[in-house]
Design a protein. Structure first.
Lengths: 187, 254
């Protein structure tokens, strides 16, 4: 397999692992302490693009669902997917894809800002209806519980994701530019 | 680190543990789905089934309580939000029975009970199934999908877990270094995020590069076959039977 393909594969795994690490970092932002999962979800889309970003976060959700302790506070299991948080987890995968699509649409930096806003809204667009459906709450209550308390924190995390993407992209792409070409003798 | 990463599987010598991961996965999915769409008849069956299988699997009852306690704040919040009538709460003249109507409380209780049952069924699955078995089940499920490289997904899952463990150690090291420099006293959340994440990424990129080169040097390839044991017919049929039972209960048939 070509080194380039292997490198992208490992970097996808790296984003999966970083998302799992981010879920263990709690930062007091806004009315409730926030974990950094969203930040890494958005960053996956910004750094890896739509397909690989969604793959990285899809793998994260899969690992958590099958019982590996990658969700916040080292939790795991199918309960997170089947329970009220399931929509947000599915939304993470879609958000990484949406962020990647918007971010790759143009090289202009403003598209990164649009991308993270679209990505964050995608998480809510999937998480809140699922919460409403699973619990049977009316829309107003579902929005109050599942969206309003997180808006401040998510705004800061989205801004941090853009800033980090701008500072990390050169380092990431430099590796791909300066990497040795894979030997034709290797399988 | 080993303690932190201790998986949530609880080893026991029981029939439930020996069941194929696919049987348990599809069973839990069927029960979860039935509870989402179901009428009240499914609840007692799901509850007694859960208790019966919990006892058969010889899982500690404390785990049941621990799970309940862990999810209680979230489910409790949902119960309160659902039980309160907001229209009555915002109106100037209000009685307790108007703010917390009985039909709202009943609906909130049913919804919370359904959520807790779904969560406990999923915990039963996780506690009785080894991760490697689940990975094989996922591999089996992905095999017929033409665009999903099952073998690569399995390798990536392993790699991600390896990187997760090493990055957690790196994170601890960065935090300690930050504390030593009094960096943790900053009130600015953006600065706090930046001072943790940037060094973490620097280390992570370095690790990823070494891993990619190591894989390449060892001649990693995707097309090596992995043997997954076939799904036993009896267990497959029991899954179909469970689905039929749930469907019958849902339609209100005996």
């Amino acid at each position: 397999m070509a080194l380039e393909t292997l490198r992208w594969m490992v970097f996808t795994c790296l984003m999966t692992a970083l998302t799992a690490v981010g879920a263990q970092i709690a930062v007091p932002i806004g009315p409730v302490p926030m974990v950094l999962t969203n930040l890494f979800v958005l960053l996956s889309g910004l750094l890896l693009g739509p397909r690989r970003g969604a793959a990285a976060i899809g793998l994260y959700v899969l690992l958590g669902a099958v019982g590996l302790p990658v969700f916040a506070q080292f939790k795991s299991g199918l309960a997170h997917l089947a329970g009220p948080t399931g929509g947000y987890l599915a939304g993470f995968v879609a958000a990484a894809w949406v962020t990647g699509v918007f971010s790759r649409a143009s090289a202009h930096k403003a598209f990164d800002v649009v991308a993270v806003i679209a990505g964050s809204l995608t998480i809510y667009a999937m998480g809140v209806p699922w919460l409403k459906w699973v619990t049977g709450m009316p829309w107003a209550k579902a929005l109050t519980v599942g969206m309003a308390p997180f808006l401040v924190g998510d705004g800061i995390k989205a801004a941090a994701a853009v800033a980090l993407a701008w500072s990390l992209r050169p380092a990431l792409f430099q590796r791909f530019r300066t990497a040795p070409v894979s030997s034709p003798n290797l399988p | 680190m080993a303690l932190r990463l201790a998986l949530h599987y609880i080893p026991r010598s029981s029939r439930v543990h020996r069941w194929d991961a696919r049987t348990k996965l599809f069973g839990v999915m069927a029960v979860g789905g039935a509870m989402l769409f179901s009428k009240a008849a499914v609840f007692p069956v799901a509850f007694s089934g859960l208790l019966g299988l919990w006892a058969a699997a010889r899982l500690p009852w404390l785990l049941l309580l621990r799970t309940f306690r862990a999810w209680a704040p979230f489910v409790g919040l949902l119960f309160i939000v659902q039980a309160v009538s907001w229209e009555a709460l915002l109106s100037p003249e209000k009685a307790v029975t108007q703010v917390v109507p009985l039909n709202f409380v009943a609906m909130a209780a049913a919804s919370s009970a359904r959520l807790m049952l779904m969560i406990l069924w999923a915990v039963l699955f996780t506690a009785t199934t080894k991760t490697v078995d689940v990975q094989r089940a996922v591999l089996w499920a992905l095999r017929p999908v033409p665009f999903a490289p099952a073998r690569r997904i399995a390798v990536m899952a392993g790699l991600s877990m390896h990187l997760f463990a090493t990055l957690l150690d790196d994170l601890e090291e960065i935090r300690n270094a930050q504390r030593a420099r009094l960096g943790d006293r900053s009130k600015n959340p953006y600065r706090r995020i930046k001072t943790i994440i940037l060094p973490l990424f620097r280390k992570a990129f370095h690790r990823a590069e070494s891993t990619a080169l190591a894989l390449s040097a060892r001649g990693y390839r995707d097309d090596v076959t992995v043997d997954v044991t076939p799904w036993r017919r009896a267990e497959m049929l029991s899954c179909v039977g469970l689905c039929a039972l749930l469907l019958a209960l849902h339609r209100g048939m005996p």
